[in-house]
Design a protein around this ligand. Structure first.
Ligand SMILES: O=c1ccn([C@@H]2O[C@H](COP(=O)(O)OP(=O)(O)O[C@H]3O[C@@H](CO)[C@H](O)[C@H]3O)[C@@H](O)[C@H]2O)c(=O)[nH]1
Ligand SMILES: [Mn+2]
Length: 371
């Protein structure tokens, strides 16, 4: 029986283990309030929209900034799988990072305070979530047993107390909740004021609406499944980027016996996007998900799929085969999922593959970097 994981967690930044990926089509002024927590880390900023627009990065941050011209130059034809004019473009940052962990956060999110009035270091809590096991096979009613002041409750099988590696840590949001457009429209003034002091493993076989606003994951375990789809400009759907990644990554985590946690940390979501614009962007998803989610719920992957990348390729084939009747877009999406894996393996060669850099387009002009 493995010893219990470390309960408390050093607050020393793990700069060599984690990159912070930020998609932006607006401004990076929000970084000022995150400075105490983010400054030690390398930022990968994915600038969406007009690449000629100059987005200022506050002084003192270590960053790479990629705009659409950089993405096109670096990926060449494979850039076609990266969304344009949708927050889903962030997955380019997941691809080019070399770190074990990714934390991705939206540019309208700010530091929240816990009930004691203390600023919440989301990076630290996500790392704690990812570095302690998950318990997907049997629900612990006192929530995360690896947290300080908690444990497995009576009746919890000892054979399961070692848990499984955690691949995804899904944080939450105070103030503006991540509602879909219909809910936003009928509840425009609703604010989330409830701070629930819990982290829990999402049980095996259960899916969830993964929101990328405050999300961390283990690139080495589940990176290939964190593709944010073909959304935004030129596509019939948007704002389902993180949902697609959530369905795919949870199916693959369940198949590979990896864990997904949700709950702490919280951040403060400041901006409600326009519900009418959102309705136009996401309405097809409201219909399609009623068929797509049962597809995921009844899917089993072959046991030969023993890595996230192999699972993802198989999943793309099944989506193309079983869901193409929904809309011709699904075929393009499935093809883009394969392109994503090709690009992923150019930058992150499988153990047995040749060094990937030879395949990836030489990046003659480096992205804008911190000074
Ligand atoms: O065309 C775009 C639009 C947005 N972004 C960047 O993506 C994130 C989220 O944008 P926004 O805050 O406007 O979206 P929300 O409705 O609040 O958030 C939900 O949508 C998901 C993204 O699709 C998000 O994760 C959900 O929580 C910001 O950083 C924008 O700058 C973009 O790059 N391109
Ligand atoms: Mn937002």
């Amino acid at each position: 029986m493995a010893p219990k994981q470390v309960k408390s967690f050093p607050s020393v930044p793990l700069k060599d283990e984690l990159d912070i990926v930020i998609p932006t089509i607006r401004s990076l002024d929000f970084l000022e309030v995150w400075r105490p927590f983010f400054e030690p880390y390398h930022l990968i900023i994915v600038q969406d929209g007009d690449p000629t627009k100059v987005i200022k990065v506050p002084d003192g941050f270590d960053y790479d900034l990629y705009n659409r011209n950089d993405i096109n130059r670096i990926l060449g034809p494979k850039a076609s799988c990266i969304s344009f004019k949708d927050g889903g473009c962030r997955c380019f940052g997941f691809l080019v990072s070399k770190k074990k962990y990714i934390y991705t956060v939206d540019d309208d999110c700010f530091v929240a305070k816990d009930p004691n009035g203390k600023d919440i270091n989301t990076v630290e809590q996500h790392l704690l979530n990812l570095k302690t096991p998950s318990t997907p096979f049997f629900f612990n009613t006192l929530y995360d047993p690896y947290r300080e002041g908690a444990d497995f409750v009576r009746g919890y099988p000892f054979s399961l107390r070692e848990g499984v590696p955690t691949a995804v840590s899904h944080g939450l949001w105070l103030n503006i909740p991540d509602y879909d457009a219909p809910t936003q429209l009928v509840k425009p003034l609703e604010r989330n004021t409830r701070y629930v002091d819990a982290v829990m493993t999402i049980p095996k076989g259960a899916f969830y609406p993964m929101c990328a606003m405050n999300l961390a994951f283990d690139r080495e375990l589940i990176g290939p499944a964190m593709y944010f789809g073909l959304m935004g400009d030129g596509q019939p759907i948007s704002r389902y980027d993180d949902m697609l990644a959530g369905w795919c990554s949870k199916l693959i985590c369940d198949h590979l016996n990896l864990g997904v946690k949700t709950g702490l940390p919280y951040l403060w979501h400041s901006k409600a996007s326009n519900p009418f614009v959102n309705l136009r962007k996401e309405y097809k998803g409201l219909f399609w998900q009623e068929e797509i989610i049962p597809f995921f719920q009844t899917l089993t992957l072959p046991k030969e799929c023993d890595t996230a990348a192999k699972c993802y390729v198989e999943l793309a084939k099944l989506i193309k085969e079983k869901l193409n009747h929904i809309d011709p877009y699904i075929v393009r999406l499935a093809d883009a999922m394969i392109t994503w894996i090709d690009a992923w393996e150019d930058f992150n060669p499988p153990a047995e593959a040749v060094p990937a850099v030879a395949n990836a387009k030489k990046d003659t002009v480096p992205p804008k970097k911190s000074k």
